[in-house]
Design a protein around this ligand. Structure first.
Ligand SMILES: [Zn+2]
Length: 208
């Protein structure tokens, strides 16, 4: 109610838990906040990659959250939105997917999976994408993320034990990390290119 805001970016291994104050802190507890009910909100992070910002009521929020683009499951993520953001850019479509100011939350792995599902080469410049390709992209983004989130379902207990980091949806990846192996759709050998310092894997036959 105070209007103060806490923003947390979990990055790779961050996790938030609510525990009794008397419970011993975990090995990787990095921060703890006393809650009015007598419990603690604790932040655990094995690799310490996460970040936290606290802004008092009326203070500027410096977390960068305001600069994030649309959420992948938001109705605002339409073919036209992607086209407007991408049509004048010479950057690759892969870079656009990784640009958090366009769509928030897509990382390297799922960018490759989305582009495979949409049949678009990762190195294709945004300004060369057709209307149909923007439409396929807008459809593939929520569809693929929903699929992989479903495969990565985890029990409450396992989350507390930090087992969410095992990425149990890895067996369902179609192209990421599979350069040199046959395309699951057509059998062509998957290829790897490096774009903006990030590795991308794609099928030269399925993705145009
Ligand atoms: Zn293929």
């Amino acid at each position: 109610m105070s209007g103060d805001r806490l923003t947390v970016h979990l990055r790779m291994t961050g996790a938030l838990t609510v525990e009794p104050q008397a419970a011993p802190a975990g090995r990787h507890t990095r921060a703890a906040f006393s809650l009015s009910g007598g419990e603690e909100l604790r932040y655990e992070d094995v690799r310490r990659l996460g970040k936290m910002w606290f802004a008092k009521n009326g203070e500027e929020d410096r977390s960068g959250i305001a600069a994030l683009g649309v959420e992948p499951f938001d109705a605002a993520l339409t073919p036209l939105y992607l086209e407007n953001r991408g049509k004048n850019g010479k950057k690759s479509v892969k870079s656009m997917l990784l640009d958090q100011s366009v769509v928030a939350g897509i990382g390297n792995i799922y960018a490759d999976e989305i582009l495979f599902a949409a049949n678009i080469r990762p190195d294709k410049p945004c300004n060369a994408l057709t209307e149909g390709e923007f439409a396929r992209l807008a459809k593939a983004i929520p569809e693929r993320l929903d699929f992989f989130i479903g495969k990565n379902e985890i029990s409450f207990e396992d989350y507390l034990l930090g087992k969410g980091k095992e990425y149990r949806n890895t067996p369902y990846l179609q192209v990421y990390g599979k350069a040199g192996t046959p395309c699951p759709a057509c059998g062509e050998t998957l290829r790897r290119v490096v774009l903006g310092g990030r590795s991308s894997v794609f099928c030269p036959r399925c993705q145009k």
